[in-house]
Design a protein around this ligand. Sequence first.
Ligand code: ADP
Ligand code: ASP
Ligand code: MG
Length: 414
Amino acid sequence: MSLVVMKFGGSSLSTLEKMKHVANIIINRKEQKNKIIAVVSAPGDKTDELVTMIKSLTEKPSRREVDVLLTTGEMISIALLTMTLCNLGEKAISMTGYQAGIVSDSNYTHAKIKKINVDKINEYLEKDNIIIVAGFQGVDINGNLTTLGRGGSDLTAVALAASLCSNYCEIYSDVDGVYTTDPRLVKKARKIDFLSYDTMIEMSETGAQVLQLRSIEVAKKYNVSIYAKSTFNENSGTLITNVKELRRKKMEEPFISGITFDKSQVKFSLFGLPNISGIIAKILVTLARGNIIIDLISQFINSNNENNIVFTVNKNDMLKTKQELKILMKELQIKTMLVNDKIVKISIIGLGIKSDPNIIARIFSMMYEKDIDFEMISTSDIRVSFIVNEINMQRAVESLHNEFKLSKIYNKTI
Ligand code: ADP
Ligand code: ASP
Ligand code: MG
């Protein structure tokens, strides 16, 4: 008998009817002579609803209490799904993160898993139970409830697979795998059959919400292959695995894998700074002290010998960044501060993208032809990113998708 760790997201659990459907998928998998652990997220948009409640109550909630509240969403799912399975005649038991032995640090809302004590899980597995585990949650060494960052049930599933020495994990959602871009935005998006960890890491990091970034990082570290597939159809999914495994299957990733977009950033422009040494460093050190992470950044001196700096941060840090910069504006005699949250970061992901100069040339020639303004370009070995105004997002993503013929490349099996 082999162990299969499965994970079902909120969209697969939004109604009792869908829960019953999920229960049948689990039973089917068990009947194929597998031991089953199913990790579940909160039903539907429950976590978003809880976050909205907190926001309407207070601007500065205790992060500990935020986590106490957010863990309740997944509790609803484990209880209801376990009851559904039992109703269908199965032997099933629910486990919270704590009961499943998931120990994290105390960084509420973004806790990291430190270890998983799998004894209890093994005990229940040996007694032939289907185990339903609450995703996204853990407990610190003092017994405080923690959550693992949004989308964290993916991480729970991969971490459990790794801790139980399984090199495979199935993640079910409302799409039948990872697509060349978000199929909700671009109708011509195509499913990708195989992806390396590194490419998936870049896709998740730059906005492909279908799999949580940290879950892929852990999968890579522990060599757990992830099979992303749909809860609602039998289509084949996407296998995310190591390059050796991809080669074994005689398959290589094509050059461009996908296009992602990230609406979570806000752009700050500081113009007219005196051109004195250390001034930019002072701004960056102040932001770093406030734990504000900068993503894209550019700096230039204008013809009046003034220094100018433009950078992006996460929208969650917008107020904090404004406050820090307002203090600095007086001190450093900064003339103008502009804040623009109507921007989107678009990324093109592909192995070896940087080694072919034609790719970057094609991207920006196309943007020029389509009359789409862009700025703040950044590159890595396998990614090119830049900022556009949000009104141009769909046109930019669709045009890039066409330019690199992604719907043709991925229409055939590689
Ligand atoms: P779950 O609730 O199961 O965790 P998510 O909502 O987190 O599911 O992720 C699935 C969603 O991710 C899809 O509905 C899709 O719109 C979105 N998505 C964004 N980028 C991609 C992509 N490249 N491929 C597939 N889905 C994507
Ligand atoms: N329910 C949590 C969230 O919405 C965790 C998850 O869905 O994976 O972020
Ligand atoms: Mg998710």
